[in-house]
Design a protein around this ligand. Sequence first.
Ligand SMILES: Cc1cc2nc3c(=O)[nH]c(=O)nc-3n(C[C@H](O)[C@H](O)[C@H](O)COP(=O)(O)OP(=O)(O)OC[C@H]3O[C@@H](n4cnc5c(N)ncnc54)[C@H](O)[C@@H]3O)c2cc1C
Length: 346
Amino acid sequence: MIETDTLVIGAGPAGLFQVFELGLLEIGAHVVDSLHVPGGQLIELYPDKPIYDIPGIPACSARELVDNLLKQVEPFKPQLHLGQEVASLERQDDGRLLVGTSAGTTFLAKAVVIAGGVGSFQPRRLALPGLERHFDTQVFHGLRSLEPFAGRDVVVAGGVDAALDAALALSEPGPHRARSVTLLHRRDVFQAEAATIEHVRERIASGALTFVAGQPTGLEEAADGRLAALQITHGDAQTLRLPLDLLVVGLGLSPKLGPLAEWGVVLEKKQVVVDTGTFQTSVPGVFAVGDVVTYPGKKRLILSGFHEAALASFGIAALVYPDQRIQLQYTTTSTRLHELLGVPSP
Ligand SMILES: Cc1cc2nc3c(=O)[nH]c(=O)nc-3n(C[C@H](O)[C@H](O)[C@H](O)COP(=O)(O)OP(=O)(O)OC[C@H]3O[C@@H](n4cnc5c(N)ncnc54)[C@H](O)[C@@H]3O)c2cc1C
């Protein structure tokens, strides 16, 4: 059992900045995320796309923003518990909140911050019986590293950004280029960024990428049990055999609001209702920030999550330090904040 001042659910931009704002008020935090890497939507959905509306940063990629958020929060040594979903939340007799995860980790926290975005991300799977036997050996949901694909025959299934970006990365000239890349989608229509679609069409025209229209309806295994090929059905009911070494499923992610609905917090259209003074939910001690919240005028922007995290930290400070008046201090001038941040005071 881990005792902590605060448990933050979600390591997206709102959750990460929440830890920083709590740190400035000398409030400790642990963070849980169902993904294996921090960054939320920025890393899962658009890591290499540029963002232009972060105050003071004219342009940066989503990945750069996450790297900088992680660097900014370093002085507060955030404890990240990744690859596990928060599954339960229960109030204890002493008022603290007992939080349990899918990996069996339990936390006893004075406050909980739901920074769960659009929900816990689960990769959409191909509905093919038997395919699960090859998960993480020959079948991958998304592309984490190019190395295992170098020189192999790869099929990428899907028609959204995730699949197109993977097909482009795998067919990019370089040391990690796959031997062959086949993009498999039910028809020659994609739901992705216009520039990405254009790029994919150029690669197909140049022969660097093959496109196959059809639906996978079966799989073929070799005598040693390895996945050898997919059976594909075309629109005209004909079938074809698509041999492969590795399969990347790029059908995107389906966010799952998860168990949040059972914790008693008031929801409105699957969003958490908050008090905009403190970002506390209808359950005392449970706060919420970022895309998961709703209030009049709410905009699902990264900068909104940052502002909400700053106010939530003051709401939480009132719980963690009930007898103290919490002063607003500037990072520019406060020697105490310099000490906490590990920077020299002028
Ligand atoms: C393609 C695209 C482009 C965008 N471009 C911009 C832009 O230019 N500017 C801008 O301001 N915004 C942009 N956005 C929106 C921005 O990404 C979101 O506003 C932001 O990611 C919200 O941050 P968050 O921390 O609230 O949630 P998220 O980024 O969604 O992170 C939430 C995290 O919580 C985790 N989680 C949820 N439930 C649980 C649970 N029960 N247990 C454990 N973990 C859980 C999830 O796995 C996830 O990692 C864009 C969004 C998309 C999709």
